[in-house]
Design a protein around this ligand. Structure first.
Ligand code: 5GP
Length: 207
């Protein structure tokens, strides 16, 4: 996919309830290095295999609160009992340089960005909700993953139900299918959004 024509950067915002297949989708998307992934900060403990600075910046509560006070976050929220936040530094520079950014954030973060971000972010924002066809599908996926305790799974399912109520607030809703189809669906959205005329900063007549 060509990104060589000058255009405005896009802020792809992906939300999904825990267990919907978002991490697999993200890994697939990151194989094409045609966007910058915004590494969030969190106070939750790393899962096995997660790397500091790649999956998240893992911070103590104190360090996270210092970043809040310093105004470092575009948005932050408490999710599943921990802080999560998007660093302005991970987003603004890339967009201004005409690059695309992918945010993987929850529905609260998405609502805050829609409500509070300035015109530059609003114009760049493309929000996409990845959703299972039912809560039951989600329950089975979470149980199979085996990375959370039964209490954590129960908490995530309760949160999932709340998050699923938000799907209509997103411009796009992708109903999960196979990992390949999820990836193809997301890529199709990326390609269409990159071709919107209002984003293009060149004119074939004048060039
Ligand atoms: P997990 O702990 O499974 O990595 O993430 C839990 C939830 O936190 C997911 O819904 C994820 O999208 C969300 N999340 C991750 N980073 C951020 C962030 O920077 N801000 C907000 N609001 N949510 C985030």
């Amino acid at each position: 996919m060509s990104t060589s024509h000058p255009r405005r950067g896009i802020l792809f915002l992906l939300s999904a309830p825990s267990g919907a297949g978002k991490s697999t989708l993200r890994t697939g998307l990151q194989r094409n290095q045609d966007f910058s992934y915004s590494v969030s900060c969190t106070t939750r403990a790393p899962r096995p295999g997660e790397r500091d600075g790649e999956d998240y910046h893992f911070l103590t509560r104190e360090a996270f609160e210092e970043q809040i006070a310093a105004g470092a976050f575009l948005e932050h929220a408490q999710v599943h009992g921990n802080y999560y936040g998007t660093l302005k530094s991970a987003v603004l520079g890339v967009l201004r340089a005409g690059g695309d950014v992918l945010l993987d954030i929850d529905t609260q973060g998405a609502a805050r960005i829609r409500a509070n971000a300035g015109p530059e972010i609003q114009a760049a924002l493309v929000d996409i909700f990845l959703m299972p066809e039912s809560l039951d599908v989600l329950r089975r996926r979470l149980a199979k993953r085996g990375t959370e305790t039964p209490e954590q799974i129960a908490l995530r399912l309760r949160n999932a139900e709340t998050e699923l109520r938000e799907w209509r607030a997103y411009r796009y809703a992708l109903v999960t299918s196979t990992p390949e189809e999820d990836l193809a669906g997301f890529r199709a959205i990326m390609q269409a959004e990159r071709s919107r005329s209002e984003r293009l900063l060149f004119d074939p007549i004048l060039s």
